[in-house]
Design a protein around this ligand. Structure first.
Ligand SMILES: O=P(O)(O)OC[C@H]1C[C@H](OP(=O)(O)OP(=O)(O)O)[C@H](O)[C@@H]1O
Length: 272
């Protein structure tokens, strides 16, 4: 049954938003709406223009018989900066300081709307890079990795600090937990990454950088390639940090243990 352009545009946009990075042939939409390919091309031109003007992403047209359209989610720097500034303000206002200079984030990292925005912001930083997998370490990094994974349309893999027989055979590395100077171990199922995979590391929080450094070592053990590192928040660290080349959305600039308050500002993600 033929449907009107306005209805096609709504349904087509929803389908594109739910299938980021998928190549969708024009024939798919032509059959879905019983419309001519020429009408679908006109519809897609409207969607492409609107996405571009609203800064919500890019619609790329791939020519030829095996072609189609690919939607890539994005966000403008302005919108990302505005959102991160609001998060920094919120984190500074609430009682979140934990022993050892850690910050309580679990309530925020359980909020779907925050995870959607954070996932989109982090994914947008790697728009022009090929990413085969998003890596994080259990537990608090997992919701962030899942959100980024959605917007990159790439699987996420979970590194563990404990052995589980349900993970099958694993690759493990020892690393120095920067905060506690303890030797710790982390491992990843051998089935998780193929050699040569391009991997993005994400985590919720970085202090000494030992955890992220451990994941870097795991990527080397898998003979995979590290594309980038982004953490939701980082704290000041007096020692020598194990990691230098990373992005952070938020930076815990000051910690006042007597008033139990923290000052949080946007991280370095806009500097790079
Ligand atoms: O930079 P570092 O000094 O290595 O610390 C950052 C680690 C520590 C903390 O994890 P935990 O709270 O230890 O573990 P979980 O995420 O399972 O709660 C956080 O989620 C990062 O993974």
């Amino acid at each position: 049954m033929k449907i009107r352009r306005s209805e096609r545009l709504i349904d087509m946009t929803q389908y594109l938003l739910e299938h980021p990075h998928d190549l969708i042939p024009l024939t798919f939409f032509a059959e879905r709406y019983s419309s001519a390919k020429s009408s679908i091309s006109e519809d897609l031109a409207i969607v492409k223009k609107t996405f571009k003007e609203r800064g919500s992403g890019f619609l790329e047209t791939i020519p030829g018989a095996a072609g189609g359209v690919v939607y890539t989610p994005s966000i403008t720097d302005e919108a990302a900066r505005e959102y991160i500034e609001s998060l920094a303000e919120r984190l500074s206002e609430e009682d979140r300081l934990l022993p050892g200079g850690y910050v309580y984030l679990s309530d925020m990292l359980g909020q779907p709307d925050l995870l959607r925005m954070v996932g989109r912001i982090i994914a947008a930083q790697y728009l022009d890079q090929e990413i085969d997998a998003v890596m994080t370490v259990a537990t608090k990094g997992v919701p962030i990795a899942q959100a980024v994974s959605y917007y990159l349309n790439a699987p996420f893999v979970i590194v563990r600090r404990d052995s589980k027989i349900t993970e099958g055979s694993t690759v493990s590395v020892n690393y120095v937990s920067g905060s506690s100077e303890r030797i710790e171990k982390m491992e990843l199922s051998k089935r998780s990454l193929e050699r040569g995979s391009k991997v993005l590391i994400v985590d919720d929080f970085m202090k000494g950088g030992g955890t992220v450094n451990g994941m870097k070592s795991l990527i080397e053990e898998f003979e995979a390639e590290l594309v980038g590192i982004t953490v939701f928040a980082e704290s000041r660290f007096k020692g020598e940090r194990a990691i230098s080349d990373y992005r952070s959305l938020l930076y815990v600039k000051d910690v006042n243990t007597s008033t139990k308050t923290i000052t949080v500002v946007p991280g370095n993600c806009f500097d790079k």
